[in-house]
Design a protein. Structure first.
Length: 215
């Protein structure tokens, strides 16, 4: 994972190129819907089944993303955005200069948030699943609540980070997560969008939810 040369970031040398393929974007917004849906259905017994179903959807999405992080398109790959503390620190330090490091995919700090968000989602689903046992220990309820509340707090930090980073780097990251495009040197773009795979994901999620809620 290397920052792009700031000299290559002029309007003359950049174009709107594809960075996030369809599966990454479908993963993100379906994860948002399932995590928020599970959060708002967690308190009422009337919605227990929906709550659990949304939890499984979130877990399934993370499982998919782990695989896509190994075999997906360039910026979806972990090797492209997971970095060590030295790289995170170098990025943070560069933010104080007038030429902050610029990354086409996730920046090193955003990448840490991404990994922690995914881990907390898994932890929330795992503690929730353990709670479904008849003889579940009482402390598990508290553990589930702590995991979920930490996750939601981090989502708030994540959204603030997205707004802040968009302003710092003069780009609209929210829009990029919708249309997949960012301003970058033309050769930096990905070549395949994997739309069919994204459709398969949507159908699999819809099919799973319907089956769970009907059964
Ligand atoms: C439950 C709430 C949310 C969760 C769990 C979540 C999780 C994630 C994850 C895991 C990624 C990495 C995507 C990937 O590489 O596949 C990501 C990226 C991103 N998220 Fe969220 N997100 C949430 C809410 C939001 C919201 C409300 C926004 C709207 C501003 C947002 C905007 C973004 C953007 C713009 C990126 C890409 C950041 C970049 O360009 O580096 N997220 N999010």
């Amino acid at each position: 994972m290397n920052p792009i040369d700031n000299d290559k970031l002029t309007p003359e040398t950049t174009a709107m190129v594809k960075v996030w393929d369809w599966p990454v974007r479908v993963f993100h917004w379906t994860l948002v819907a399932s995590v928020m849906g599970a959060y708002f259905t967690g308190e009422s017994e009337d919605y227990e089944r929906l709550h659990q179903t949304l939890g499984w959807v979130a877990a399934g999405l993370i499982a998919f993303r782990l695989v896509w992080g190994l075999i997906g398109t360039r910026y979806a790959r972990f090797t492209e955005f997971v970095s060590g503390p030295a790289q995170v620190w170098a990025y943070v330090k560069s933010l104080r200069s007038d030429q902050p490091q610029h990354f086409v995919g996730h920046n090193p700090v955003g990448a840490v948030a991404v990994i922690v968000l995914m881990s907390l989602t898994v932890l929330s689903v795992y503690t929730g699943w353990l709670l479904t046992a008849d003889d579940a220990a009482e402390w598990l309820e508290e553990a589930h609540e702590i995991a979920v509340n930490t996750l939601i707090s981090l989502v708030v930090v994540h959204v603030i980070g997205v707004v802040w980073s968009s302003r710092t780097h003069g780009e609209n990251l929210f829009k990029a997560m919708l249309n997949g495009r960012k301003a970058a040197p033309p050769e930096a773009g990905i070549h395949r969008n994997w739309g069919v795979l994204a459709w398969a994901m949507v159908l699999a999620v819809a099919w799973f939810v319907v089956l769970q809620l009907r059964g």
